[in-house]
Design a protein around this ligand. Structure first.
Ligand code: GDP
Ligand code: MG
Length: 184
């Protein structure tokens, strides 16, 4: 997290947030929905790390949320430590229609805790909630795991935009609150 004095508006904040979770759970589409309000049906996982910066306003402060997407590294379980370095927030994503991706969450949480300290703001995200007919993971199971692990929780759909904005904002808000506590 960096914090610098800006021009007229006072402080500027830059929060690094990472998206993690199994391949094809919808991480890239969550990001494009949040940052550009777009959904991309052809999933081409480019190799290499990418991020997008989105400016949000909290209590009149300009927050730059720099959101990192694995862009395919996770397919080989080869997310680098550079990816995690300096992250103060994380969205840990599974696909509600694929139980395997839910079973992987604990491994992703372990990996996150190896690279980031315990104050990292975390939300568990069950994506593709538009696909109710082929759901494999219940809302209760998602909530239960989140409670057990001390995470925020939300089901989202990058396809129809359900809760996408909110999921990112919950993390940004939590980072902001954590930071305020440290400063005050
Ligand atoms: P990533 O590998 O985690 O980045 O996943 P992608 O964003 O590339 O998405 C993988 C596939 O799931 C693509 O075919 C997307 O079109 C599809 N997808 C992503 N999000 C949703 C969603 O919310 N609902 C539905 N129905 N499909 C989704
Ligand atoms: Mg992707």
């Amino acid at each position: 997290m960096s914090h610098e004095q800006g021009g007229e508006g006072g402080e500027e904040y830059l929060f690094k947030i990472v998206l993690i979770g199994d391949s094809a759970v919808g991480k890239s589409n969550l990001l494009s929905r949040f940052a550009r309000n777009e959904f991309d049906t052809n999933s081409k996982a480019t190799i290499g790390v990418e991020f997008q910066t989105q400016v949000v306003d909290i209590e009149g402060k300009e927050i730059k949320a720099q959101i990192w997407d694995t862009a395919g590294q996770e397919r080989f379980r080869a997310v680098t430590s550079a990816y995690y370095r300096g992250a103060v927030g994380a969205l840990i994503v599974y696909d509600i229609t694929r139980r395997m991706s839910f079973d992987s969450i604990k491994r992703w949480l372990d990996e996150l805790s190896m690279h980031c300290d315990t104050t990292v703001a975390r939300i568990l995200v069950g994506n593709k909630c538009d696909l109710e007919d082929i759901r494999e993971v219940s809302v209760e199971e998602g909530k239960g795991l989140a409670e057990e692990q001390g995470l925020f929780f939300m089901e989202t759909s990058a396809l129809d935009a359900t809760n996408v904005q909110t999921a990112f904002e919950v993390v940004i808000r939590e980072i902001y609150d954590n930071m305020s506590k440290k400063i005050l």
